[in-house]
Design a protein around this ligand. Structure first.
Ligand code: SF4
Ligand code: NI
Ligand code: CU1
Length: 711
């Protein structure tokens, strides 16, 4: 048998030869000046950029890269050298895949999706830090038995892992009915082994996006992927030498490789391991990468897992629907005294979904009573908002919306398997006690499908409480509280970042409001959210406090010394990378543009969201650019140090429409402007800054009359 070195060098030299030939051919065909890029990224050829700082933008830029690649392959029989040859193979794969993108998207016909855009990586930030996605599995090759492959992938799916498929396993997964797509956390990349680079660049871009890694810091890059990206590789079938060389690249990044063939003494403990029994692959893989999966200790006949959250149930597939458009509905969590909660902890009041003609349409009142010494009415909406997620985790159940406006569907499949309303109630009861056990001592879940009773609940209890909560939220200002909170949840991949969460400024991911932060502190006293006493105000306009600075400095271990709450220019808040929006100045318009992650086009600053976003992140402060949550846009504190919302001159249309009601209300209150969003430009009007200014003039936009934005 060939030695591991023979295989790695055989594979890496073969790839180097292929790359050199392909680059020369491409230059002969297209010329050195031919432009090159992967779609929707600000990081060029990410592996090459991160490792060397070289920005590949045209074919000629690849010539020195080929040189670097060849110099990495020493053919020396040392582990370190062999791992470098593995990295060279990754660089080679990146170039070969990149060349395939010349003129057209080679993955346009699917099923593999090829290169993954930056925006998807940003969206994965929060689920990765919360442990909602506990790890990343890369599955390569062809399994001897497709069903074994399906079992492994489904097991990862149920455990919430994100799985990438490369090679024939894609067809095997399709054939065995594995549900695929980002929503299902199973992503086919491509058939060729070089497609593995599309998961490698995710890990590498995570280091650039979240880790604050500087390009050309190769040791820093390798330390980041090893310590902070919980990925591993499963190889099915005997790998050829190119696959082994690629595997060496994975090992260099810190990702263990688990093969299902007996590698004998080719094995490297902890890094390259044989597991020939397919039923042990999942557990051994998780163990090798030290991935802990939060067990969902509740059994539901159709399965219960966060990976089912994105499941869509179409009209034709549904057995029953509870929809606010057709019937009275509401979801309500109320806190009460322990003594007030009586009788069974689960009650179904009204008809279930049996014995009726499909589709069953019913009213639904979801009424959850909670009691506990440490319970606070402010935690009610925090718990209530989780109902959406908990229902969605149930296989065969889809939930959208909240409060008195929602749609809940139960599929035919789930009904046939035996799923009934009682199961839904059990899930809520279990999760409330499990997740909120620190504040909830007793819980009762009542699902009501009797029309008159739901109407009664809606009118007498739900609507008044929703209104009271909204009033409380609206009255909650930064002035009205004496405590702010930090959130450092994202430090697991952005170690230098801390968010400061205030009533009027939620965390930049959009998922952590001041109430959430307060509840988190209560639920996990030593957890990610810690109080900041509101003392030591140095500048009211910028929102600068000695205490905020002190706590942020501690929380970032000295990385960030000063942040303001309300300024875009003076010590703006840092970003981890998973911001919903980014705000950046447009000097010629004396204003700012606000761009959401989903918008992929160009903006008046001349940059895309991805390019704007690459200016900040990893805990770095970049005056003039700042990440923030969607909800912050309509806040009276939005860049208030620079003049507030009147500075907003451009937003993508979708974002503008989404925030219009609230933003217009704020504009009316603060500056007496009616329909402010009509003055704000969007991509359907103009993206060129001169044309934007013309539009603003025609609308008499207030920003034009404001002072210049200087920094
Ligand atoms: Fe991460 Fe900030 Fe959101 Fe916390 S609030 S999860 S630190 S982005
Ligand atoms: Ni979610
Ligand atoms: Cu984050």
């Amino acid at each position: 048998m060939a030695s591991l070195f023979d295989l790695i060098y055989g594979g890496s030299n073969a790839v180097a030869g292929l790359v050199e030939g392909a680059v020369n051919d491409a230059i002969a065909t297209h010329g050195e000046g031919k432009k090159l890029s992967f779609p929707d990224t600000a990081y060029f050829y990410p592996t090459i950029y991160a490792a060397t700082g070289l920005k590949v933008q045209k074919l000629g830029d690849l010539v020195p890269c080929v040189g670097v690649l060849k110099s990495l392959i020493t053919n020396k029989e040392e582990l370190g050298d062999a791992l470098n040859a593995g990295l060279a193979t990754a660089v080679g794969a990146e170039i070969l895949e990149g060349l395939a993108y010349i003129d057209a998207n080679p993955y346009a016909d699917g099923p593999g999706i090829g290169f993954v855009p930056d925006s998807v990586i940003r969206s994965l930030g929060v689920p990765l830090v919360t442990g909602d996605i506990p790890g990343v599995a890369v599955v390569i090759g062809k399994a001897s038995d497709p069903q074994d492959l399906a079992d492994v992938v489904s097991d990862y799916q149920v455990k919430g892992l994100l799985t990438f498929l490369i090679g024939d396993v894609i067809d095997q997964a399709i054939e065995t009915g594995v549900k695929m797509g980002l929503d299902y956390r199973v992503i086919p990349l491509g058939h060729g082994i070089t497609a593995v680079i599309h998961v490698v660049t995710i890990a590498i871009r995570a280091a650039l996006i979240f880790g604050g890694l500087q390009p050309s810091d190769l040791p820093g890059l390798l330390a980041y992927t090893k310590e902070r990206v919980p990925a591993f590789v499963n190889v099915f079938g005997a790998p050829d030498e190119v696959a082994v060389a690629a595997g060496a690249g994975a090992i260099a990044l810190g990702f263990p490789v688990i093969a299902d063939v007996d590698l004998g003494d080719l094995q490297v403990p902890g890094a390259l391991v044989s597991v020939t029994d397919h039923s042990e692959i999942v557990s051994r893989s998780l163990e090798l990468r030290n991935i802990k999966v939060k067990a969902k200790a509740i059994t539901i006949c159709t399965g219960y897992a966060s990976a089912f959250e994105g499941e869509i149930i179409r009209k034709g597939d549904m057995h029953a629907e509870f929809y606010s458009g057709n019937n009275p509905t509401c979801e309500l969590v109320v806190s009460c005294d322990l003594a007030e909660i009586e009788g069974d902890s689960i009650v179904i009041d009204g008809p279930d979904i049996d014995g009726r003609r499909e589709p069953v349409e019913l009213p639904l009142g979801v009424f959850v009573e909670v009691a506990g010494a440490k319970m606070h009415t402010d935690f009610e909406p925090v718990i209530e908002r989780k109902i959406h997620h908990w229902f969605n985790y149930i296989g065969g159940v889809m939930h959208t919306g909240q409060r008195n406006m929602f749609r809940l569907r139960i599929s035919k499949y789930a009904f046939d398997k035996g799923l009934r309303l009682r199961d839904l109630a059990e899930v809520l009861h279990h999760e409330v006690m499990d997740e909120f056990g620190t504040v909830v001592d007793k819980c009762k879940v009542t699902l009501i499908t009797d029309k008159a009773k739901v109407e009664q609940l809606l009118e007498a209890q739900a609507m008044p409480r929703y209104r009271a909560r909204d009033d409380r939220l609206a009255s909650m200002t930064d002035e009205s509280v004496d405590t702010f909170y930090t959130c450092v949840l994202c430090q697991s991949f952005a170690p230098a970042h801390a968010c400061v969460v205030t009533p009027e400024r939620l965390g930049l991911c959009g998922a952590v409001s001041w109430l959430d932060a307060r509840a988190t502190k209560e639920l996990t006293p030593h957890g990610p959210c810690q109080p900041i006493e509101k003392i030591g105000c140095m500048n009211e306009r910028t929102g600068s406090y000695t205490e905020v600075n002190k706590i942020v400095k501690e929380a970032t271990r000295g990385a960030v010394e000063r942040v303001t709450l309300y300024s875009l220019i003076e010590d703006p808040m840092t970003s981890c990378g998973c911001f919903e929006c980014i705000c950046g100045i447009i000097p010629e318009a004396r204003g700012v543009e606000v761009v959401n992650r989903e918008y992929s086009g160009i903006t008046p600053s001349g940059m895309t969201f991805g390019e704007l976003a690459s200016l900040t992140g990893g805990g770095v402060q970049t005056p003039g650019f700042m990440g923030h949550g969607r909800h912050f846009i309509a806040s009276k504190k939005f860049v208030s140090a620079e003049g507030g919302i009147e500075r907003i001159v451009w937003m993508p249309k979708e974002l503008k429409d989404d925030v219009a009601d609230r933003l217009n209300k704020t504009a009316k209150e603060l500056c007496g402007i009616d329909n402010f969003t009509d003055m704000i430009c969007d991509e359907t009007i103009a993206t060129d800054s001169d044309a934007v200014v013309e539009f603003l003039k025609s609308k008499n936009h207030p920003a034009l009359a404001m002072s210049e934005l200087e920094f």
